[in-house]
Design a protein around this ligand. Structure first.
Ligand code: AMP
Length: 120
């Protein structure tokens, strides 16, 4: 998979497309998913260009990985999911039906999510 700097999340990071921001730190931005699959559905993306989890895990600095991971935790806290529970999902590649080729983690919660997230 190659990174396309015109992908929709890159455009959100450049401010070319609006988003509903939930949280931001030096390394990550979190915003509402435009097509929520649960009462809480937030996407967390690194601010630098990584196509997928594999790319991020291989190339990101320790500081980026820490900042990104903490951002996921902050989102859950901000949206009140710490007590009730939540699910994080990162789709990688065709079999997972990754649609947007900029690494992102879905944070889902706000009701009982069942045993596993369903495919669309
Ligand atoms: P994935 O299938 O893991 O690549 O998920 C991509 C997610 O991005 C989907 O849940 C979409 O609803 C979401 N999405 C696409 N465009 C936007 C946008 N402009 N703002 C917020 N979320 C978006």
């Amino acid at each position: 998979m190659t990174y396309d700097s015109d992908n929709i999340f890159a455009r959100i990071l450049r401010g070319e497309i609006p988003c509903t921001r939930v949280y931001e730190n030096e390394y990550a931005l979190a915003f509402e998913d435009i097509n929520p699959l649960a009462p809480v559905h937030v996407l967390v993306i690194p601010k630098a260009a990584y196509v997928s989890h594999a790319d991020f895990a291989a190339r990101a600095s320790d500081a980026e990985i820490a900042g990104f991971t903490r951002a996921v935790g902050e989102v859950a806290k901000i949206r009140g999911l710490d007590e009730t529970g939540y699910r994080t999902v990162a789709n990688h590649g065709a079999d997972a039906r990754q649609d947007v080729l900029h690494y992102h983690v879905h944070v889902l919660g706000g009701h009982n999510l069942g045993v596993m997230i369903t495919a669309r």
